[in-house]
Design a protein around this ligand. Structure first.
Ligand code: ZN
Length: 251
C-alpha cells in the first residue's frame, strides 16, 4: 500500500493543491491534523481534505478553532488566527472539526504503523530534537509512527542502542523534489512528513511524504506552490501580516 501523508496544512489551499498535483501515485491518504489555523482558506481546505479519504487525527489548532481548547497556551498571533478561523468556518465544518479523533490511529492493512499529531505519548507534545524523540521511540510498542506538529520534515529512529536523526537534503530551492528513506528492519521510527502549509525548516516549499509499506520506503517530498496567492488571501482576510511573510521564509 502507498500512503500519502499530509500534516499541518493550516488552511493553505495553494500549498495543498501543489502537493496533490506533484504527489506520486498513492492508494490512501492520512491527515495528521492542524488542517486549519494561520491561513485564510479553512473551508476550502477542509472540503478538499474530506474528499481525499477518511483517516484524520486532530491537531491543536483544529481543537482551538473548534472551541475544544483554551487559547491561553497560544501565542497572540496563533490565538487571533484561531478566533478568525472559528468565525469563518461553516457550521458543518465546525462540527466536523469538533468530531475529529484524537491520535494515535491505525489504518487497516498497515501493520505496525500508527499516526499521531504531536507524539505517541501525548497529542500536544512537540518532538523537535533527538532528545525529545528518545522516550517515544523506546516506549512505543508500534515500530513506525508518523507525526506532525513540529513542521520539521525528517525522521528519528532507534534500534534501542543508537538513536539518530535523518533530514532530507535537496538540491534546489524552487523545484519539486523528493528524497527516499529506506526503513531498516528491527528499528523504531518517528517520521514527520513536514508541514504542507507552513514549513518551518527554512524551505518555503510545501512538504509531505509517501510511505510504501511493501517496499518499506518513506519518500519525502517538497512542492513549490503559489505563495503570492496564499499571502494575498491572508492579507485580504485581515489576518496578522506575519502569517503571510513567514511563508516566504519557511519559518
Ligand atoms: Zn501545526
Amino acid at each position: 500500500m502507498r500512503v500519502l501523508i499530509l500534516s499541518d496544512i493550516h488552511s493553505n489551499l495553494e500549498a495543498l493543491e501543489a502537493c496533490l498535483a506533484s504527489a506520486p501515485a498513492y492508494d490512501q491518504v492520512v491527515n495528521l491534523g492542524d488542517i486549519v489555523g494561520y491561513g485564510a482558506s479553512p473551508n476550502e481546505v477542509i472540503a478538499r481534505s474530506r474528499g481525499l479519504g477518511k483517516f484524520f487525527v486532530r491537531g491543536n489548532h483544529d481543537k482551538a478553532a473548534a472551541g475544544l481548547m483554551d487559547l491561553k497556551d497560544f501565542n497572540p498571533v496563533a490565538g487571533m488566527a484561531a478566533i478568525w478561523t472559528r468565525e469563518h468556518l461553516s457550521t458543518e465544518n465546525l462540527a466536523w472539526l469538533r468530531a475529529l479523533p484524537q491520535g494515535p490511529i491505525q489504518v487497516d492493512g498497515l501493520e505496525g504503523v500508527q499516526f499521531v499529531h504531536g507524539s505517541p505519548m501525548d497529542e500536544d507534545d512537540y518532538v523537535v530534537t533527538l532528545h525529545d524523540a528518545i522516550e517515544p521511540l523506546l516506549v512505543s510498542s508500534i515500530p513506525l509512527t508518523f507525526f506532525g506538529h513540529s513542521h520539521l520534515q525528517g525522521s528519528f529512529w532507534s534500534n534501542t542502542v543508537t538513536p539518530d536523526v535523518y533530514r532530507p537534503v535537496y538540491r534546489t530551492v524552487g523545484q519539486a523534489e523528493s528524497a527516499d528513506l529506506p526503513l531498516k528492519d528491527g528499528q523504531h521510527y518517528l517520521v514527520n512528513p513536514g508541514s504542507v502549509g507552513q514549513p518551518r525548516d527554512g524551505d518555503w516549499r510545501a512538504a509531505f511524504a509517501v510511505f510504501d509499506s511493501d517496499a518499506r520506503i518513506v519518500t519525502f517530498c517538497r512542492a513549490p506552490y503559489n505563495l503570492k496567492n496564499a499571502q494575498d488571501r491572508i492579507i485580504a482576510a485581515n489576518l496578522p501580516q506575519r502569517l503571510a511573510t513567514r511563508l516566504a521564509a519557511g519559518r
